[in-house]
Design a protein around this ligand. Structure first.
Ligand code: ADP
Ligand code: 5GP
Length: 217
């Protein structure tokens, strides 16, 4: 019986939080807010062949690599999942994610639907996934334009791709519409709080309950 296992033998498994959305819906903003407000999360820094945006730092936002370097990592099984998105390659490095999970630390993945599918196959019980929707396609376009980090062709390609991405919304555990940023962020916080309270993420409960039952009254 599971509740007869010594509590030390039961390790908390890390929460693997996957956030996806069409480009411009606000997932990076929400992810950044979560990382700032919640010290329990570590960001999975992806590898990409996409050119660096002016505001991005290599090793912080992404590990920027050439296609040749990317292929080498993939061939050496150093990538947990990988996908082609908007004509560039993106991937989750294997080692940091596996280390976090083994140590019971929570990790945040800002990846697309293809990556989310691959992680669900590999880490089914550990993945909690959230899909962020824009309030309208018009607002999505205006956010991409206001962000002003991509040229007009890139924005057009991302808008086209948004429809493909949105079609995968049903594969996610939770869906949050990012109309008002504060409201959307609080919804994500509430999801995280509830998921951390799940019985199977709280091995300490075994000890607590057995203490309760042993208590002499
Ligand atoms: P993604 O990571 O999904 O591509 P970003 O987080 O980069 O999107 O957000 C795209 C742009 O929209 C950014 O300029 C961001 O500041 C802005 N933004 C995010 N959420 C909102 C919101 N709720 N209302 C208005 N602008 C937003
Ligand atoms: P961007 O170029 O705007 O930073 O990201 C483009 C898309 O690639 C986003 O949907 C983002 O979530 C996705 N992405 C970023 N990193 C990864 C990754 O490691 N794997 C996968 N599959 N997608 C990623």
């Amino acid at each position: 019986m599971q509740n007869e296992l010594p509590s030390a033998a039961i390790r908390r498994r890390g929460l693997m939080l996957v956030i996806s959305s069409p480009s411009g819906a606000g997932k990076s903003t929400i992810a950044r807010n979560l990382l700032e407000s919640d010290q329990g999360f570590q960001l999975s820094v992806s590898v990409t062949t996409r050119p660096r945006r002016p505001s991005e730092i290599d090793g912080v936002h992404y590990h920027f690599r050439t296609k040749r370097e990317f292929d080498l990592l993939r061939d050496n099984d150093a990538l947990l999942e990988w996908a082609e998105v908007h004509g560039n390659f993106y991937a989750t490095p294997r080692e940091p994610a596996e280390e976090a999970m083994a140590a019971g630390r929570d990790m945040l993945f800002d990846i697309d639907w293809q990556g989310a599918q691959q992680l669900r196959e590999k880490m089914r019980g550990d993945i909690v996934s959230i899909f962020i929707l824009p309030p309208s396609m018009r607002e999505l376009k205006s956010r991409l334009t206001r962000r002003a980090e991509d040229n007009a062709d890139v924005i057009e390609a991302r808008l086209k791709n948004a429809r493909v991405e949105i079609e995968h919304w049903r594969e996610y555990d939770y869906v949050v519409v990012n109309d008002d940023l504060d409201r959307a962020f609080h919804a994500v916080e509430a999801i995280v709080r509830a998921e951390r309270l799940r019985r199977d993420r709280r091995p300490g409960l075994f000890e607590f309950v057995s203490g309760l039952l042993d208590e002499k009254i």
